[in-house]
Ligand binder design. Structure first.
Ligand SMILES: C[S@@+](CC[C@H](N)C(=O)[O-])C[C@H]1O[C@@H](n2cnc3c(N)ncnc32)[C@H](O)[C@@H]1O
Length: 574
C-alpha cells in the first residue's frame, strides 16, 4: 500500500520525526486500509452472507427455498449445481458463504441448502418484491459500522474538517473498522492472522536489532536493493529478503520490483525497498521504536516465562510491586519494576523515550471542565489556600506545564502548584527547571515558575496537605488494587477534613463489566500492564479502590472530543 502521507525530510536529508506526525500518518494509513475493508464490506453487504443469512436480502434470495420446492433433480444434483456455482463464480460464491458462517469446518453450510436459490429455480419463478425483513442485531450492527465508516471517510477528506477533528475521526474510523473486520473475517483467517502478526513482530525485532531500518535511505523517493541492504548490515541477501518480505507484506516497508542493475546482466536483479511513514516510526530516535523495544520485553519476552511464573505464584493477578513477571524474567523477583529498570541505564533511557508515545496520544487538558478549574482558582483565592494543585508522581513537571499553559491562573501565587516525585527524580527535575530558567528562560516557556518541588514516596507517606487538587496521571495503572489503594489512602490522609479537596485520576477508563468486550487497543494496554503488576480499570474498579481508601467517585469526565477511552475520575472524601 503506498503511503498517503508525505514526509518532509528537510535539507539535510535526515528525517525530522517531529514532522512525521505519528498519529496522523498511522491513521492515514489506517484510512487507506479502511477503504479496502470498506470495499470488502460493501461486497459482503451486497453479495455475501453472515452466519448463514444474506446480509442484504434480495428478491432472488428471499424467501429461503425449501428442499421439496426444487423442481428438478435430487439433492445430489442440487449440490452439484451449487458446486458449479462455486467453480464458475456464478453470481454467488458459496465458498465465501461457508467461510463467513462462523463454522471452522463449514460443514453445515456446505451440505445443507442455503438461502441461495439455484439458477434453475430462479428461472422458473418470477422475482417477487418484498419488504426486506428487519435485520438481526448482528447484521444491523455491521450496517451501522459500515455507514459510520463511509460517513467518517467523507468527513475526513472534507475541506471543512479541521485537522484535530480529522485526527479524532480517524481514530473512531479505525476502531469501527477493526470491529467490522473482526466480525466479517472468516475464523480460520483470524487464527492465520495471529501467525502472521507473530511473524511481523519477529521480523521488526530482527530489523531493529540488525539496524536495518537505519540502513535504508530516508530521502524522498529513495530506495535500496536487498543486495545493497544486505551488504550494509553484513548479512546474506536471501536472508534479508525473507525477513523483509514480512515487512513489505504488512506495508511496513514499500516493495519495488527488481530492475537489472548491471548492463551485462551478470547479477540477477534484486528487489528494492523503501521507507514508509510507518517504518520511519521504527527508526532508533523515534519514541515508537523505544515503545516497541519496551513492549517486546514486557509482552513478548515475558510471555516465555508467564506459564512458569503463574505455576510458581499461583494463577492470580500479580500484587506487586515486587514478584511481578518482569522482575521474575530479569531473575530478580524480589525487586519492583522501576528498581529493575534503573539498574539498566540503556533500558531506563529507552523507557523515558517510550513514554513520549503515551504523552502524545493521550489527552491531558480538555476533559476536565474549564468552569471547574476556574471555580478551583476562585475558591483557592477566597479561602487563602497555600497549596492548590499537587501533581503526585509528576516527573519533570511536563504535565503540570500543560495545565498551567491552559489555565495561567493556577500559577497566580508562588507555591500554589507542587510537583511531588521520588527524591532522585525531583532533584533532576528541579535542577533542570531552575537551571534552564537561569540560563535561557526555558522554565518560563514551560510555565513552571513558582512551582514547589517536593520529594515523596507515595507508597509510604501522604503528599503535602491542604491542596484542592491531588492529580495522579498514569500512576495507579502501574499498580495492583492493594498497592493502588494504599496510594489513595495516603492521599486521603492529606485531604482529611477538607470537603472541597479532590483527587483527579487521569487514566484509561475501561468500559464497565456489562458494556461489552474491551476494544482491542484498551485490552492490550491492560494486558501489557499485567507484566509489571499493574492494570487498567473501569469506573466500577476505580470506585472499589476509592471506597477501600475512604473516598468516593464524585465525577467522571471522558474524552468526548478525542473519542479515546481516556478520562478523569474525580474522587472526594466519603
Ligand atoms: C508513568 S510515570 C507518570 C509521570 C506523569 N504523571 C505523566 O503522566 O507523564 C510515573 C511517575 O511516578 C513516579 N514514581 C514512581 N514511584 C514513585 C513513588 N514511590 N513515589 C513517588 N513517585 C513515584 C515516577 O518517578 C514517575 O515520574
Amino acid at each position: 500500500m503506498a503511503p498517503i502521507v508525505t514526509v518532509d525530510h528537510g535539507d539535510t536529508g535526515r528525517v525530522n520525526l517531529n514532522q512525521v506526525a505519528p498519529e496522523l500518518t498511522a491513521a492515514a494509513n489506517a484510512v487507506e486500509a479502511l477503504k479496502a475493508v470498506q470495499e470488502i464490506v460493501n461486497s459482503f453487504l451486497s453479495n455475501g452472507t453472515l452466519l448463514g443469512q444474506p446480509l442484504i436480502p434480495t428478491p432472488e434470495r428471499s424467501p429461503v427455498p425449501k428442499l421439496e420446492e426444487f423442481v428438478e433433480g435430487d439433492v445430489d444434483d442440487i449440490a452439484e449445481r451449487e458446486q458449479e456455482q462455486v467453480v464458475t463464480g456464478d453470481e454467488v460464491n458459496l465458498a465465501e458463504n461457508v467461510m463467513s458462517d462462523g463454522d471452522m469446518n463449514g460443514s453445515e453450510s456446505a451440505t445443507a441448502p442455503t438461502s441461495i436459490t439455484p439458477a434453475c429455480h430462479r428461472d422458473l419463478q418470477p422475482p417477487t418484491i418484498e419488504e426486506p425483513p428487519a435485520a438481526d442485531p448482528k447484521t444491523a450492527r455491521l450496517r451501522q459500522l459500515s455507514d459510520q465508516i463511509s460517513r467518517n471517510i467523507s468527513l475526513i477528506s472534507s475541506p471543512d474538517t479541521t485537522d484535530s477533528d480529522a485526527a479524532s475521526l480517524r481514530v473512531k474510523t479505525a476502531t469501527a473498522a477493526a470491529e467490522l473486520a473482526g466480525a466479517v473475517r472468516p475464523p480460520p483467517d483470524v487464527v492465520m492472522n495471529l501467525f502472521a502478526t507473530m511473524s511481523v513482530v519477529s521480523a521488526v525485532r530482527l530489523f531493529m536489532h540488525w539496524r536495518a531500518f537505519e540502513a535504508i535511505p530516508t530521502g524522498p523517493g529513495e530506495q535500496i536493493t536487498y543486495r545493497e541492504l544486505a551488504k550494509r548490515i553484513d548479512a546474506e541477501e536471501g536472508l534479508v529478503t525473507r525477513v523483509g518480505n514480512m515487512l513489505t507484506s504488512s506495508s511496513i516497508l514499500s516493495y519495488h520490483a527488481p530492475i537489472s542493475s548491471s548492463p551485462d546482466e551478470s547479477e540477477s536483479p534484486s528487489i528494492s525497498v523503501s521507507h514508509t511513514p510507518t517504518s520511519l516510526l521504527l527508526l532508533p530516535r523515534s519514541p515508537f521504536s523505544a515503545m516497541f523495544s519496551l513492549l517486546y520485553t514486557n509482552i513478548v519476552h515475558t510471555s516465555t516465562i508467564l506459564p512458569d511464573y503463574f505455576t510458581h505464584y499461583g494463577r492470580t493477578e500479580p500484587i506487586g510491586p515486587a514478584h511481578i513477571p518482569t522482575s521474575y524474567l530479569a531473575g530478580q523477583p524480589e525487586l519492583d519494576y522501576f528498581t529493575v529498570l534503573r539498574r539498566d541505564p540503556a533500558a531506563t533511557q529507552n523507557f523515558m523515550r517510550a513514554m513520549a508515545v503515551s504523552h502524545a496520544r493521550v489527552p491531558v487538558v480538555g476533559m476536565y471542565p474549564s468552569a471547574r478549574v476556574a471555580e478551583i482558582i476562585a475558591m483557592a483565592e477566597r479561602q487563602g489556600r497555600e497549596v492548590v494543585w499537587v501533581d503526585v508522581g509528576g516527573g519533570a513537571g511536563h504535565v503540570l506545564s500543560l495545565w498551567r499553559k491552559r489555565y495561567p491562573g493556577l500559577g497566580r501565587r508562588e507555591g500554589w502548584c507542587v510537583v511531588q516525585d521520588l527524591e532522585e527524580v525531583v532533584k533532576v527535575a528541579e535542577g533542570k527547571a531552575k537551571g534552564d530558567a537561569a540560563r535561557d528562560g526555558v522554565a518560563n516557556e514551560m510555565g513552571l515558575e513558582g512551582v514547589r518541588w517536593m520529594s515523596m514516596d507515595f507508597h509510604s507517606e501522604p503528599p503535602v496537605r491542604g491542596a484542592l487538587i491531588y492529580y495522579l496521571r498514569h500512576i495507579l495503572r502501574d499498580y495492583s488494587d492493594p498497592v493502588a489503594t494504599t496510594i489513595l489512602r495516603n492521599i486521603a490522609l492529606a485531604m482529611a477534613g477538607d470537603a472541597d479537596s479532590r483527587v483527579l485520576i487521569a487514566e484509561q477508563l475501561n468500559p464497565d463489566a456489562g458494556d461489552g468486550p474491551l476494544p482491542l487497543y484498551a485490552a492490550f494496554k491492560d494486558y501489557s500492564m499485567l507484566s509489571v503488576g499493574g492494570k487498567e480499570r473501569s469506573r466500577e474498579q476505580f470506585a472499589a479502590i476509592a471506597d477501600a481508601a475512604g473516598l468516593r467517585v464524585s465525577g467522571l469526565y471522558r474524552d468526548e472530543e478525542g473519542g479515546t477511552l481516556h478520562a478523569i475520575v474525580e474522587l472526594a472524601l466519603k
